[in-house]
Ligand binder design. Structure first.
Ligand SMILES: Nc1ncnc2c1ncn2[C@@H]1O[C@H](COP(=O)(O)OP(=O)(O)OP(=O)(O)O)[C@@H](O)[C@H]1O
Ligand SMILES: [Mg+2]
Length: 345
């Protein structure tokens, strides 16, 4: 039998832990007669399951006939790709033909006799979206790993106009907090500030334990301990399962290898993206047992104002969490040990 756990990023794993609780918020926000919002962003650290969550959620919409889901590649010309995608859908072909939308000039096929071709991409999109909106359909655009590129900025500002025109367009995107934050700092994209941002929470430990129990025939207590060793970090859930399966050892004998995989495939990259001050704070945390904010600040030797700015950022990135008022904690498993290794006293 094949290993039921996978180390690859970006695709739905065979052992998938449900996030229904979190994703149902997004789904209900987009649905209903008067949707609560039309844009939503999923953030979280590397390996927190953004791409998988985007795939799971968009598949739910895909199975509903009233929704047209279009996945766009942020490296391409987004407006053009959206027009191309819509005009290539077989199920929409008749709708656009009846509406006499001639897109042949733009190179998207669909020559219509006696109708002059549309020569502007925005006009073409507007015509298509108007027609779809009138037919009661909704278009969900997904963008994985959005960042503030010229193509994205052009796309987003046009998206805002379509929204204002009351067209049924929805946007679900993922990104690291740094990138999302840069995007919404663009002065004509401030509407994104108001869009809900979902920081992916850890996976449910009880569900993880149940999965490990089933695969490795552990008793409840042991399975839960193994789940706790992942802290609900999705990538860690896969790594620990993967190692147990392939090495045929108990999970707690695998810590050195577990550390090595986490380091090599996730933490090194995260660490390299932290600023000097971020690192100072995180490494102060790794030296302390009592993670009271005041203690950490004193240990890091950073003044109060600056400290709260960086603390806030680390929280939004998902690298640390605040389990109770006035306290901080590491969110990622074995990250404390990793920091101790890269920042020896
Ligand atoms: N709901 C889940 N249940 C189980 N495993 C998951 C789940 N979501 C993600 N994973 C696993 O976690 C790892 C990372 O997932 P994913 O690629 O979605 O992360 P990401 O946040 O998009 O990372 P990056 O920022 O690098 O793009 C993969 O190995 C994936 O199989
Ligand atoms: Mg991803």
């Amino acid at each position: 039998m094949q290993n039921p756990f996978s180390l690859s990023f970006g695709k739905e794993p065979e052992s998938l832990i449900s996030r229904d609780f979190q994703s149902s918020d997004i789904i209900s926000g987009f649905t209903g007669e008067n949707p609560a919002y039309q844009v939503c962003m999923i953030t979280g650290v590397r390996g927190s399951g953004k791409t998988v969550a985007l795939t799971t959620i968009s598949n739910q919409f895909r199975s509903d006939k009233r929704w047209i889901v279009v996945d766009l590649n942020p490296e391409r010309d987004l407006l053009k790709m959206l027009a191309a995608e819509l005009s290539n859908r077989r199920e929409l072909f008749e709708i656009f033909r009846d509406a006499k939308i001639n897109l042949s000039f733009l190179g998207f096929g669909l020559e219509i006799d006696g109708v002059p071709p549309i020569t502007d991409i925005v006009v073409a999109l507007r015509r298509m979206l108007e027609k779809l909106t009138k037919s009661g359909m909704r278009v969900l655009i997904t963008i994985d790993e959005a960042s503030s590129t010229p193509s994205f900025r052009e796309f987003a500002s046009q998206f805002q106009i379509f929204m204002r025109e009351k067209l049924n367009v929805f946007l679900l995107m993922t990104g690291l907090y740094e990138n999302i934050s840069k995007i919404q700092d663009n002065k004509n994209l401030t509407f994104l500030y108001r869009a809900p941002k979902l920081l992916l929470a850890p996976l449910n430990l009880t569900l993880i334990a149940a999965k490990y129990k089933e695969v490795f025939q552990l008793d409840d207590k042991e399975a839960y301990k193994m789940a706790e060793a992942t802290k609900g970090y999705p990538f860690a859930f896969q790594v620990l399962g993967y190692l147990c399966w392939s090495r045929q050892k108990r999970w707690n004998e695998l810590m050195p290898e577990y550390d090595a995989y986490l380091e090599e495939l996730a933490y090194e990259k995260m660490w390299s993206e932290l600023s000097e001050k971020d690192r100072q704070i995180v490494s102060a945390m790794s030296r302390l047992d009592d993670l009271k904010v005041e203690n950490i600040r004193a240990e890091a030797g950073i003044d109060s104002n600056l400290f709260s700015v960086y603390r806030q950022r680390l929280l939004k990135q998902g690298i640390i969490a605040s389990p109770s008022y006035g306290y901080l904690a590491f969110t990622l498993p074995r990250f404390k040990e990793y920091v101790q290794r890269v920042m020896p006293d």
